[in-house]
Design a protein around this ligand. Structure first.
Ligand code: XMP
Length: 319
């Protein structure tokens, strides 16, 4: 629409004025709508003087890194480096069960990997952040009350160490405006309207210790869940949906054999602000299809349950 096209031009002009003729900008992208829109805007403004870094921490969803590279680099022309640090992340997480320890380990390593990559890219002047207006007005960020009881995943520490100035082209916008902006710049709808995904990724959706096997199991199950939600049109009615791998096994029967395998929980949060949420009233047919498909297609999971907890008292993520 007209006002958003106007905003694109205005944002591009502001970025050029801030960065100058020769300034260089670096920024992390995750595949989420905020960092994607910010990166594409940056690329429009200063081309390859903007460098995007995608850290594959091994905790991303199925095919996510490949899809982000395809969308941002191949389709949008963003100068993007994808760093495969999955072994390093899984190494740091080995044997760690405590959710706060997982978050700290992931956050710290993220900064190390990003700094290493920044050194390879060369001197930059600015760090791009996809900060939105709600993050600015509430110091606790869009996550609301629970943000104060969990350590947040951010790159603020990079500024001092790398002597970078912050550039935040989305800091006057609300989420829905960022989405309109993404559409106005021609990004695909499913990229603009996707559910949020947390920085620590699958590590906080695998309860107990995290290893490659558990990540692969959860990736497959989560993929089937989201595929069915998209196929049935339910996805767009939900604020955030994902699967959680529980650290326990239960007995089942498959053919003539006894099984003893992992339990998977499905979460679907009905919310628009993510501060409070209700469990989405999922049509039973979808639950049945998803459960049957996961148990048949993912060896290692033999039971699927649905989470009916509101926030509060629950949080959206299980951790
Ligand atoms: P909770 O679990 O606190 O989650 O109810 C609220 C929203 O925040 C997301 N979340 C995060 N997002 N970095 C993020 O960018 C994080 O470390 C993080 N932790 C939780 C969560 O997915 C939900 O949308």
């Amino acid at each position: 629409d007209w006002s958003m096209k106007g905003f694109v031009d205005e944002a591009v002009a502001t970025i050029r004025a801030t960065v100058g003729e020769t300034g260089r900008v670096i920024g992390a992208v995750s595949g989420g709508v905020d960092s994607t829109v910010a990166a594409v805007l940056m690329n429009r403004a200063i081309g390859d003087r903007f460098h995007a870094v995608l850290v594959d921490n091994g905790l991303l969803r199925k095919d996510e890194a490949v899809n982000v590279v395809k969308r941002l680099r191949d389709e949008c022309g963003v100068s993007l480096t994808c760093v495969d640090a999955s072994e390093e992340f899984l190494g740091r997480l080995a044997g760690v069960s405590d959710p706060e320890k997982k978050r700290k380990a992931i956050g710290n390593l993220f900064i190390e990997v990003f700094e290493r990559e920044a050194a390879r890219i060369g001197k930059c002047d600015f760090l791009l952040q996809g900060t939105l207006y709600p993050d600015v007005i509430e110091s606790v960020s869009f996550r609301g009350p629970s943000a104060t009881i969990k350590s947040h995943h951010n790159v603020g520490g990079l500024l001092d160490v790398m002597k970078l100035r912050l550039i935040e082209p989305l800091r006057e916008l609300f989420k829905d405006e960022v989405r309109h902006l993404g559409m106005a710049m021609g990004l695909p709808r499913d990229s603009v309207y996707r559910h949020p995904f947390p920085g620590p990724g699958l590590a906080i959706r695998i309860l107990g210790p995290v290893d490659k096997e558990a990540c692969d199991l959860l990736r497959e199950a989560d993929f089937i869940y989201l595929e069915e939600l998209r196929r049935t049109g339910e996805y767009d009615k939900i604020g955030q949906a994902f699967a959680v791998l529980l650290p326990c096994k239960s007995v089942g029967v498959m053919g003539d054999c006894r099984t003893y395998e992992r339990v998977l929980a499905l979460r679907a949060a009905a919310t628009s602000d993510f501060m409070t949420a209700k469990a989405h009233r999922m049509p039973y047919e979808i639950l049945e299809t998803v459960s049957t498909r996961i148990i048949n297609e993912v060896r290692g999971i033999n039971r699927v349950v649905y989470d009916c907890t509101s926030k509060p008292p629950g949080t959206i993520e299980w951790e």
